[in-house]
Write a protein that binds this ligand. Structure first.
Ligand SMILES: C[S@@+](CC[C@H](N)C(=O)[O-])C[C@H]1O[C@@H](n2cnc3c(N)ncnc32)[C@H](O)[C@@H]1O
Length: 316
């Protein structure tokens, strides 16, 4: 039997179009969204992620004061970003979204190995560790300058930084860039020891970095939130700012994952209804796009049961 390349609930398949019709039936969607949210929070809390407490702690902190200082007022937010994401009407541009990302990230890691009894920390270490292991096979150490694109609240950036400093004695200069200053405010707070050189509010398609600035750039769980044109533009920009011989490491949902392809209807409905660019993401040929830009594409591998890691280099 031929291998299925993507889930039937994405792209132009009949099931996918039916799912889109349900999602676009607003009263039904609002009801589904509210119920799904309750289930998600209750499940996370049952599995050891103190969702409501984490939220309250951030809400009661002085974090909101840092927003202005982190915000680049010259940014034009693209239309694809100014849409609801993850059931938040303001997408990534709100405190509500930003205050829930820490919990949502750990809950996501637990879902990857949901048949094992793992603590949120163990599941999360496994999730990042599986990506880092693939990176490790391809990287030449020491690594000096690193950028995490779409860093969100910095969990991916800090995990990457910790992995890199374990591999070498030389200093690593790690930065994170994100389009949401709300996410960056939480990232700055998560970076308790100020280990990250800079948290940058910017558009990944058009950064202020000089050509050939980085040895390693990662894109972790961002591509599924982008339309195809934005992905191409970001790859093009990364090609410019990576140094010759520099590495691009991508990790995200795996369209070929049997777990994702066989999600129960309630879950794929939820996933698709809260990720507006799913149809584009799951049908996009990342590897061919990288090659067409000039990257030396190396490998796509199933780094865990739900996710794939893709490695490419800027030729020397
Ligand atoms: C799912 S989160 C990334 C999660 C994080 N990297 C991790 O692995 O935990 C995607 C992030 O990308 C950001 N983003 C979306 N489009 C972007 C763009 N064009 N440039 C920079 N950041 C972007 C969003 O604000 C959001 O915080």
């Amino acid at each position: 039997m031929q291998e299925k390349l993507k889930p039937d609930w994405t792209g132009a398949d009949l099931l996918s179009r039916f799912v889109n019709l349900l999602i676009n039936t607003k009263p039904l969607y609002q009801l589904m969204k509210a119920q799904a949210r309750n289930v998600m929070i209750n499940t996370a809390e049952k599995n050891g992620v103190p969702w409501r407490k984490n939220y309250q702690d951030l809400e009661q902190s002085n974090i909101k004061e840092s927003l202005q200082e982190l915000t680049n007022p010259n940014i034009n937010y693209p239309d694809y970003f100014n849409v609801p994401f993850h059931a938040y009407d303001e997408g990534n541009m709100s405190w509500k979204a930003a205050f829930e990302v820490n919990s949502a990230t750990y809950a996501m890691a637990l879902r990857v190995w949901k048949n094992e009894k793992l603590t949120p920390e163990t599941a999360h270490n496994r999730l990042r560790g599986s990506f880092h292991q693939v990176l490790k096979e391809y990287l030449s150490f020491p690594i000096k300058n690193v950028l995490d694109v779409g860093c969100s609240v910095g969990i991916s950036t800090l995990a990457l930084h910790h992995f890199l400093i374990q591999q070498q004695t030389e200093k690593v200069n790690t930065m994170g860039i994100d389009l949401s200053p709300y996410m960056l405010a939480v990232a700055k707070k998560n970076d308790e020891k100020n280990e990250i050189s800079q948290w940058i509010h910017g558009l990944a398609e058009k950064t202020d970095f000089e050509d050939n600035s980085f040895d390693l750039i990662t894109i972790q769980f961002l591509l599924h939130e982008l339309p195809n044109q934005a992905t191409k533009d970001i790859f093009q920009e990364i090609f410019r700012i990576l140094r010759p011989g520099g590495c691009l490491g991508i990790v995200d949902n795996n369209p070929r994952s049997k777990v994702i392809q066989n999600l129960p209807p309630a879950l794929f409905l939820l996933m698709k209804s809260t990720e507006p660019w799913s149809d584009e993401y799951y049908t996009f040929n990342v590897e061919e796009t990288l090659k067409s830009i000039g990257f030396d594409y190396k490998i796509t591998t199933e780094s865990d049961p739900r996710h794939r890691t893709i490695i490419a280099f800027k030729p020397v």
